[in-house]
Design a protein. Structure first.
Length: 232
């Protein structure tokens, strides 16, 4: 049975004044699919995510999203005046009017899932960057989104704690969580993604399986990018 399409984008353009950040993008994702978006800085990857979740309005094109999105940002954006548990439970209770006891139970399950079951009553200032990002993932999951969006979730972290966050994301992949991940972690994209998009100058230059993108790149631009990432 064919999987349901969660998101379909047709001829998406996003302009900032005279600058075209996203240029005629066509893209779709099916339920349970994991898509990684790679490319150089300024290529339109994060802008595309922000168009999907409505933080940016598109200039033209058509977007059909079935359900809701959850977003994990590069710099966490936790509420510092709230405990970790309060960060996770705030939106389901305030926005969705869910039962407080049920939400607290779900928060405890999510804290355990991200490996921070002993941090529920701790404030974000007491956490490491990797712990903050794992709380941010739990917070997004608490809303039970149909599509999870990750915008460079490890780029603000020290290399030694990047693995903490990637391991949580691998767990989500094993549960067939529908995800779009903008990342510079080529190993993660290669191992976890069902499909990889390479963006440059607002355009999807190439799209394919991890094997096609990393082992058999068709364009000189992608070959050059992958070579630069290997040297980094």
């Amino acid at each position: 049975m064919e999987r349901e399409t969660v998101l379909e984008m047709k001829n998406i353009i996003k302009d900032y004044g005279s600058f075209r950040a996203v240029n005629n993008v066509n893209f779709s994702i099916k339920k349970g699919e994991i898509v990684a978006i790679i490319g150089p800085s300024g290529s339109g990857k994060s802008t595309l995510l922000r168009c999907i979740n409505g933080l940016n309005s598109i200039t033209s094109g058509e977007m059909n999203l079935k359900g809701t999105t959850g977003m994990v940002f590069q710099h966490f954006h936790l509420f510092n005046h709230m405990t970790c548990r309060e960060n996770i439970t705030y939106a389901p209770i305030k926005v969705k009017n869910e039962n407080k006891a049920d939400v607290n139970k779900r928060a405890d399950e999510l804290l355990k899932m991200v490996g921070l079951e002993n941090k529920g009553d701790v404030y974000p200032a007491k956490l490491s960057g990797g712990q903050k990002q794992r709380i941010a993932i739990a917070r997004a999951l608490a809303m039970r989104p149909d599509l999870m969006l990750f915008d460079e979730p490890t780029s603000a972290l020290d290399p030694e704690i990047t693995g903490e966050v990637l391991n949580v994301m691998k767990k989500l992949a094993e549960k067939h969580t529908t995800m779009i991940v903008v990342t510079h972690e080529m190993g993660f994209a290669k191992e976890v993604a069902d499909r990889v998009l390479f963006m440059d100058h607002g355009v999807i230059v190439e799209e394919g399986t991890p094997e096609e993108i990393f082992e058999n790149p068709k364009s000189e631009r992608l070959r050059s990018f992958l070579s630069s990432m290997l040297r980094a």
